[in-house]
Design a protein around this ligand. Structure first.
Ligand code: PSU
Ligand code: MN
Length: 308
């Protein structure tokens, strides 16, 4: 089915879930094209979709393919995107341009939230959101993901902001923008590859039902924007923050040395960290995304109960 105005295209299973009115969880595609190497990226994306189905919801991986906004990818589309070279990394600023010119692009957290809202999907699972980069006081590098959370009503489940970021500054900006940051099942903010960050999270909730109610209540209050749910990686799967710190610092130095800027910063850092941890960062990344997918499905199911 297509929407004439913006060319929205639903996968068969998302189409069926919409018709049946059953819970749907959005998934981003930048993590596939820019966050993980091939062929692990297709394997992980497929596995994460399966996790959501097992948990009782329908996955909707979002991407722009040849000028069409896809809400859910068929298996062939997913594997083509995962191998494609030179795919654009789309955020709020360039999503419309990509659609208008018939381009192909992977959606970041910000762009996936925009698409999810258009498709009436309220919950979205990812690995880590973008945020305030270290050195932002001179680079001004602050992810558009933060502003999207302030204005688009989607609950995003992540394992914290990526630990390559300046976490205290990221929390400050989220507070300024009025974005609820809810740690799931612990007081501390998780730090992506690590379960702990030594920073207290502003809010804590222990059940998917509470998170769903908080989402709905924000809507009833007339507040724009979504919620950020930060779900700690299982301790068995984590890389402790102390182990990651020097690796992140080294990656940061290299990014500065090679003058990596703009959209390239996050993929560059993730790749350096992958190399320096000999792939261990990827193993942790996979575990945390799957963990987030399961929680997002539980939240979508609770939201569905509230609206049914
Ligand atoms: N989380 C991951 N891997 C990723 C990203 C997040 O585990 O590749 C992507 C997301 O799409 C996020 C983006 O929105 O990085 C942030 O990029 P930037 O810092 O350029 O805004
Ligand atoms: Mn940036």
């Amino acid at each position: 089915m297509t929407n004439a105005m913006i060319n929205l295209r639903f996968s068969a299973e998302v189409q069926a879930a919409r018709a049946a009115g059953t819970p749907i969880v959005a998934l981003e595609s930048t993590i596939i094209t820019h966050g993980m190497p091939h062929p692990q990226n297709v394997k992980v994306a497929t596995q994460v979709e399966a996790d959501i189905r097992t948990a009782g919801a329908t996955p909707a991986t979002i991407a722009v393919l040849n000028g069409q906004l896809h809400i859910g990818l068929e298996p062939g589309e997913l594997s083509t995107l995962a191998q494609a070279k030179g795919v654009a990394k789309l955020s709020r600023a360039d999503m419309a341009a990509c659609l208008a010119t018939g381009g192909t692009g992977a959606t970041t957290v910000a762009a996936t939230m925009i698409a999810a809202r258009l498709a009436n999907i309220s919950v979205f699972a990812t690995g880590g959101i973008g945020g305030v980069h270290k050195g932002a006081q001179t680079s001004f590098d602050i992810s558009a993901d933060l502003h999207e959370l302030a204005q688009t009503p989607v609950t995003v489940v992540a394992a914290g902001a990526k630990a390559i970021l300046d976490l205290p500054k990221t929390l400050e900006v989220l507070e300024t923008l009025g974005v609820p940051v809810i740690a799931y099942g612990q007081d501390e903010l998780p730090a992506f590859w690590s379960a702990k960050s030594s920073l207290m999270a502003p809010l804590r909730m222990d059940t998917a039902a509470d998170i769903a109610r908080a989402h709905t209540t924000r809507g009833l209050l007339g507040l724009p924007g979504g919620q950020l749910v930060v779900n700690p990686i299982a301790v068995a799967d984590q890389i402790p923050a102390a182990t990651m710190a020097p690796i992140i610092a080294r990656a940061q130095e290299m990014a500065a040395h090679y003058r990596i800027t703009g959209k390239d910063v996050t993929p560059y850092l993730l790749h350096q960290i992958y190399e320096q941890t000999k792939g261990r960062s990827l193993t942790a990344n996979i575990a945390l995304v799957r963990n987030n997918a399961r929680l997002a499905a539980a939240i979508a199911i609770e939201m569905h109960k509230l609206t049914a």
